[in-house]
Design a binder for this molecule. Structure first.
Ligand SMILES: Cc1ncc(COP(=O)(O)O)c(C=O)c1O
Length: 355
């Protein structure tokens, strides 16, 4: 499909900032949004009318295809501010590539790379006061694409809207994280859309995750849809297991999101000489390791949650507690990652991108 961009980004500034209404000490993840947003439409075969304007509601036909067939994909990124007020992104080229990969899977036209970066830079410069310094503070960036063509025929839309909105955040999960290993429901299947950040992947997890919540778990660790035998990933995080001193994570596939935090942790582990195995992990191996004491840590990894240690996991009505993770791999990799993200350490892999 055509990927031409017809216009330069126009900018309509907000007359007032809302920043003083925000309680930055007590943010609820993804609740508040910055002053501006980016918007660009796909019509007649090309992306056009890119605009940055005050954050606000959209007017969309109730028959727009996104509401009926779920043609919607998104990304999750963060902007970090160092102690000198410089703003950085972390491996944004990966998000740019991934949203187009997701789009392709959902029959959505790809969004031009150059415009993606121009929009991000302009928007973040305009709203840079919304990025607060200090480890844990960041501005969550949500690029997304929705099908806007009116009409309820079940076919791909001819019209789309690409947007970027920004939300100030701090920690995602606080307190204990207990996960339940899926035995019945599935997140994705071979040949499906699991590897895409398709909106429907998330909506479909809410019901089984609610059931797990009723049993006292915050998250589900999904297993393969065929046999529920292999551990795959959590709702918004890839998962790592530490058995003795080896770090183990499942290989990505068309069922698992190719997480940027995951691949960064693998690179850091390899650099630091931590033994890493990327291979299918059987639930039975985890249970065995939990029972014989060789399971030292489980942690989730993702942009929103950064590195999130798991305190306990449930499987077939049994709960397995994990040892305290102080000083473990999760703390080590969280520090290594955030030091790079907040410009507190060298960046040997070239992951930082300055705005
Ligand atoms: C299903 C799923 N897995 C893993 C991740 C982690 O990916 P990343 O590290 O790129 O944020 C996310 C979050 O983006 C996710 O939604």
């Amino acid at each position: 499909m055509a990927m031409t961009v017809q216009d330069k980004i126009s900018v309509q500034k907000a007359s007032n900032t809302r920043i003083n209404e925000i309680d930055f000490e007590n943010l609820v993840f993804g609740k508040d949004f910055s002053d501006h947003m980016f918007e660009c439409d796909f019509k007649n075969g090309s992306w056009q009318n890119p605009i940055i304007r005050p954050y606000g509601d959209l007017t969309i036909s109730p028959s727009a295809k996104v509401f009926h067939y779920g043609q919607a994909v998104f990304e999750g990124m963060k902007a970090y501010k160092d102690d000198n007020g410089k703003v950085f992104l972390f491996r944004p080229d990966e998000n740019q590539e991934r949203i187009n990969k997701s789009s392709k899977r959902l029959a959505i036209p790809e969004f031009p790379k150059e415009l993606f970066f121009e929009a991000l830079n302009k928007l973040l410069k305009l709203d840079e006061d919304w990025v607060k310094p200090g480890i844990g503070n960041s501005l969550y960036i949500r690029p997304f694409v929705i099908a806007t063509q009116p009409g309820v025929s079940a076919s791909p839309s001819d019209e789309y809207k690409f947007m970027i909105i920004l939300s100030p955040v701090n920690v995602y999960y606080s307190g204990d994280v207990k996960v339940e290993i899926a035995e019945h429901y599935s997140r994705s299947a071979n040949g499906g859309v699991g590897a895409a950040k398709a909106a429907g992947n998330y909506g479909a997890q809410f019901y089984p995750t609610n059931l797990a919540r009723e049993r006292g778990f915050q998250q589900v660790i999904w297993t393969d849809a065929n046999e529920h035998k292999y551990l795959e990933e959590a709702g918004t995080m890839n998962v790592f297991f530490r058995i003795n001193d080896t770090l183990i994570t499942a290989p990505t596939s068309d069922r698992i999101l190719d997480g940027i935090t995951r691949k960064s942790i693998i690179a850091l582990a390899e650099r630091d000489g931590v033994p890493v195995e990327v291979r299918p992990v059987e639930v039975s191996e985890l249970i065995e390791a939990a029972k014989n004491g060789s399971l030292k840590e489980i942690f989730g990894a993702g942009t929103a949650a950064v590195v999130s240690p798991v305190n306990a996991f449930g499987y077939k009505k049994e709960v397995y507690d994990l040892p305290s993770t102080a000083g473990g791999y999760s703390a080590k990799f969280k520090k290594a990652l955030t030091d790079i993200q907040y410009n507190r350490s060298e960046d040997p892999f070239g992951w930082r991108y300055e705005i």
